[in-house]
Ligand binder design. Structure first.
Ligand code: NAP
Ligand code: ZN
Ligand code: ZN
Length: 350
């Protein structure tokens, strides 16, 4: 298959810093859209994968699945996009399209395994897929999203992962008016979770380990903010919440949060630390509580989320950086030192 060489930013080993790499993209096929990447958000999953924390990384790796750009070419059969349109790509670039989950707009749970934007077997070129820390990407139009031109593009990019990953479970568990919802961890995912849960009409209680983020949490939409390291503050919320969305990237105490749920409440994990998280039986059985997980969202729901955010004027709070700042940004991400999403201005990749 014909290919095109482009510049990307990635790494060849878990311990090595990211640097400029040359990669290949396939030539545009009949159903493909080629996108010049303008902005790409930095998700904590990029860091987990670049450093092989989930043990499945094949090097070289080019992370990035919060992609916003402009269409530069379309294949002959493309119907929904034309050259010059804004376009987005999130965590998925393909799936089998035949299994029950693909047919039900849940491509993230494809029985064959969905093709993720990076570090997935590439169905066209062989090898692995390369993500959005790059000049361009070529994606089948079925996996390309429409982006509103009304919002700041850099601030829209994080919606493609952090937005959908929080929107999908909040919607699935029917969060809305009259409900008290907890959001745990104010990082990229958590800060979007606060904004979206508030827009859905819930009363939002935010749990943070960072005293310095409490004022911000209110500005983002929290009705109440709890310093989770303060046992007395935590005890005051026992048996009070209908739903909790846990967006924490590292090991932490799940029981402490399960005990804040009402009877029949649900705690849903979207944060993905590698090591097991112990749960005490009584934290679940004493309140008929549920402990569950959620993975990004399907393509149709991602478009629904983008439209919901455009309608409610919701974007991410971002710190725009150049590509050469990515290694520093990873260190700051590990310290929880970002308000609240790093986004790379891809024009800086030469
Ligand atoms: P992030 O921006 O680094 O935010 C993580 C937040 O967790 C931090 O800001 C911090 O919030 C809190 N935190 C960090 N270390 C902690 C610790 N040791 N104890 C307690 N709290 C701690 O990360 P992100 O990009 O939002 O991603 C969060 C997690 O979700 C990652 O594991 C990522 O891989 C995963 N993820 C999952 C999906 C999915 O589909 N399920 C999709 C995307 C990402 P405070 O300072 O407020 O405490
Ligand atoms: Zn992500
Ligand atoms: Zn499938």
């Amino acid at each position: 298959m014909e290919t095109k060489n482009i510049k990307a930013f990635g790494t060849e080993a878990a311990e090595a810093p990211l640097k400029t790499l040359d990669i290949k993209r396939r030539a545009v096929q009949a159903h493909d859209v080629e996108i010049e990447i303008l902005y790409c958000g930095i998700c904590h999953s990029d860091l987990h994968t670049a450093r092989n924390e989930w043990h499945g990384t094949i090097y070289p790796i080019v992370p990035g699945h919060e992609i916003v750009g402009r269409v530069t070419k379309v294949g002959d059969h493309v119907k929904g996009f034309k050259v010059g349109d804004l376009a987005g790509v999130g965590c998925l670039v393909d799936s089998c399209r035949e299994c029950e989950h693909c047919k039900n707009d849940l491509e993230q749970f494809c029985d064959e395994g969905s093709t993720q934007t990076f570090n997935s077997p590439d169905r066209h070129l062989g090898g692995q897929t390369y993500g959005g820390y790059s000049q361009s990407i070529t994606v089948d139009e079925s996996f390309v999203l429409h982006i509103s031109d009304k919002l700041d593009l850099a601030a829209v990019a994080p919606l493609l992962c952090a937005g959908i990953t929080t929107y999908s479970p909040l919607k699935h568990w029917k969060v809305g008016p009259g409900q008290k919802v907890g959001i745990v961890g104010i990082g990229g995912l958590g800060h979007m979770g606060i904004k979206i849960a508030k827009a859905m009409g819930a009363h939002v209680v935010v749990f943070t380990t960072s005293l310095s983020k409490t004022d911000d949490a209110k500005r983002l939409g929290a009705d109440e903010v709890v310093l989770s390291t303060d046992e007395a503050q935590m005890a005051a919320y026992a048996r009070s919440l209908n739903f909790i969305l846990d967006c924490v990237s590292a090991e932490h105490n799940i029981d402490a949060y399960l005990n804040l749920l009402k009877v029949d409440g649900t705690l849903t994990l979207v944060g993905a630390p590698m090591d097991p998280l112990p749960v005490t039986s009584f934290s679940l059985i004493l309140g008929r509580r549920s402990f569950s997980g959620s993975l990004i969202g399907g393509i149709a729901e991602t478009q629904e989320m983008l439209d919901f955010c455009a309608e409610h004027n919701i974007t991410s709070d971002v710190e725009v950086i150049g590509v050469n700042d990515v290694n520093d940004a990873y260190e700051r991400l590990l310290k929880g030192d970002v308000k609240y999403r790093f986004v790379i201005d891809m024009a800086s990749l030469k």
